[in-house]
Design a protein around this ligand. Sequence first.
Ligand code: N2P
Length: 368
Amino acid sequence: MIRNLGKSLITAAVTCTMMASPLAMAKEKTLNVYNWSDYIAEDTIANFEKETGIKVRYDVFDSNEVLEAKLLSGKTGYDIVVPSASFMARQIQAGVFKELDKSKLPDWKHLDDEIMGLVETYDQENKHSFPYLWGTTGIGYNPDLVEKYLGEEAPVDSWSLVFEEENISKLSKCGVAFLNAPTEVVPAALSYLGLDPNSTNKADYAKAEELLMKVRPYITYFHSSRFISDLANGDICVAIGWSGDVLQASDRAYEADNGVVVEYTIPKEGAGMWFDMLAIPNDAENVDEAYAFLNYLLKPDVMAEISNYVAYASANKSSEALVDEEIRENPGIYPTESAKKNLYVFEVLPPKINRVINRSFTNVTAGQ
Ligand code: N2P
């Protein structure tokens, strides 16, 4: 008797689950997001899920090239992606994004006109995208270790720290990381040489490759996210890195109270400034949910919390007043007028120049 009763209870439970599941599945709204690593506040996704009932699959990358390969294959499996503007411009031409219906984005009004004007050069009339966060590509360093190996006069305000053999050969003892980002490291080398960082002259790239080859033996590794924890732990002393990532390393060290200090500098010879753009790929299956997420990311309080957490500035003008003073007044995040003079934007280069950059960077990383 008891055994039979048990069996029928199990049967009832199974039938019940089977009956409920198609309904439950139909109701469960999902969203697939592909964003840069270390690029969102701790609870942004959880808060969005709670507010909207949409379940988010959140994946991360640390390279525009990786994202681009997915986009160009036509099957990303994502509803929201975040390419840098100079990459996105070509991707728009390849037809990989949906046009945005701005009537579904009532909070668009918070976007900063000046920044929207700047990014229009990549996306005419801002038809497909708006900026998530922006930052610069400069140098993260541990002042104590740099002083130990190079002395007090170490040129921490210059690319010569990493591009002069005399300096990097000494720093290699405490570890030097380079971003694995050809279209950012090669222009940095061009700036150091006094050449146009957006040059379209092949001969300039031969000079940049020569410079990079000379310092290649002293580079500990090429990687675009590992340097955050390595700087924070004192496992490397210098990195060509992204502004907010370096500042996150600085925060992590401070919180760990491990005695490590990390600083960020925009080299005087010039540094690149980029914008990472939110867009909906053509193969997106959850378009309504994508709009819900975009609108969520247009809310001043949501963006302020993200800026506070990741140490990058957004393009949300109305969020500025809600950003912590410590972040708002950090010249590594909001460059001063004089530092701005040293910044250049990454232009959209002809495909053949891009191939030159990628080939020469591959030669460098392979050490050939
Ligand atoms: C975040 C990386 C910043 C994006 N970890 C570089 N475009």
